[in-house]
Design a protein around this ligand. Structure first.
Ligand SMILES: NC(=O)c1ccc[n+]([C@@H]2O[C@H](COP(=O)([O-])OP(=O)(O)OC[C@H]3O[C@@H](n4cnc5c(N)ncnc54)[C@H](O)[C@@H]3O)[C@@H](O)[C@H]2O)c1
Length: 326
């Protein structure tokens, strides 16, 4: 297998929130990167700063289509596929399960098929805490049984399962990362993005889904990318599965809404829609163990709330670039 500048790293979902940050990091470490995205949720804006970069190529293609990847993989030897493409809108997948079948599962299924044919033997996969479903205990990588409560979680779990099977049949290395809620600039969705969007439309009150008591761990995207890189560098079993998250038990939706308002329009009343879950498929509270990741030598720097405060500032600046420097 070729390496270095003779080969490339493929990022699926490169125009998305996390995929674009990952692409930046891979390029910064000297790699040649081929990005693929159908721009259904990601945007060209997320990768426009890479225009003219000789080590980056971008292809707009639908990865749920079996024909998409083989032609791209034929262009240059690829050493590792980073699969960050998926439906990232959980309620959309509940309204129409086809969304997750296509964008969350079929993208994985066809990526593995194309990799097998092209002899690409390494995959790094963005999975999610959603595979765990609603568990009360602290979630470790071997918590089970796994009964997801959203189609998104179900299709992530199915993706993990076929990656495991591929690890048995042809892959040399597979890394499965179970992300918590990830936040930061270039967000295409997520609570902070949604709250700022709502305030853009109407600023006389802020509607918040649920009763505000939902409590989850939040990780800044910069730390997530650090952790993924470290896991790939240090864990060399054929199949490696890691939770990635902050060290604390998270912050509440109420605290996030208050942080957003402090930053944008203090004094605006919050209207909670009520109920413990924000929406069908929402896991209102989960606690993550990152002991396995810590054992590799990684520790998060930011608490969930510190990550929220930073991300609110960053996303707000993107919404209102004219306020920079004011
Ligand atoms: N952001 C989070 O909090 C979070 C949490 C857990 C897991 N994840 C996972 O991390 C990965 C990245 O998520 P994100 O937050 O950056 O979301 P995102 O929507 O910004 O990125 C996903 C990208 O995949 C692309 N995509 C979707 N379907 C595609 C298809 N059929 N063909 C080609 N491209 C397609 C989208 O256009 C988008 O650019 C996803 O797999 C997501 O499930 C994210």
């Amino acid at each position: 297998m070729a390496s270095g500048m003779d080969s490339a790293t493929l990022v699926l979902g490169a125009a998305g929130f996390i995929g674009s940050h990952l692409t930046d990091r891979l390029l910064a470490s000297g790699e040649r990167v081929i990005g693929v995205d159908n721009l259904s949720r990601g945007t060209r804006k997320n990768i426009e700063h890479l225009t003219g970069n000789q080590r980056f190529e971008f292809y707009e293609a639908d990865l749920a289509n079996r024909e998409a990847l083989p032609g791209i993989l034929a262009k240059m030897p690829v050493r590792t596929v980073w699969h960050m493409a998926a439906n990232s809108d959980i309620p959309a997948g509940i309204a129409d399960p086809n969304v997750d079948l296509r964008d969350t599962f079929q993208t994985t299924f066809h990526a593995l098929g194309a990799m097998r044919t092209a002899g690409v033997l390494r995959i790094a996969f963005a999975s999610s805490s959603a595979v765990y479903g609603a568990h009360e205990q602290i979630l470790t990588e071997d918590t089970g049984p796994l009964f997801p409560i959203s189609n998104y979680g179900a299709m992530k779990l199915a993706s993990e399962a076929i990656i495991s099977a591929a690890a048995e049949s042809f892959l040399e290395r597979a890394w499965i990362f179970r992300f918590p809620n990830v936040i930061g600039p270039r967000a295409t969705h997520g609570i902070i993005y949604d709250l700022l969007r709502k305030l853009q439309i109407t600023d006389n009150e802020l509607e918040v889904l649920g009763d505000g008591s939902q409590q989850k761990p939040y990780l800044h995207v910069s730390e997530l990318v650090d952790a993924m890189m470290l896991i790939c560098a240090k864990s060399d079993a054929r199949l490696n599965c890691y939770n990635i998250g902050p060290a604390d038990e998270g912050t509440t939706v109420r605290k996030i809404a208050e942080t957003v308002l402090q930053h944008t329009s203090p004094g605006t009343p919050i209207r909670y829609t009520g109920g413990r879950r924000g929406w069908v498929g929402d896991v209102p509270r989960f606690r993550y163990s990152i002991e396995k990741l810590r054992a590799l030598g990684w520790s998060p720097r930011m608490s969930s709330q510190a990550a929220v405060e930073l991300a609110v500032e960053e996303i707000h600046r993107e919404f209102y670039p004219e306020t920079v420097g004011v």
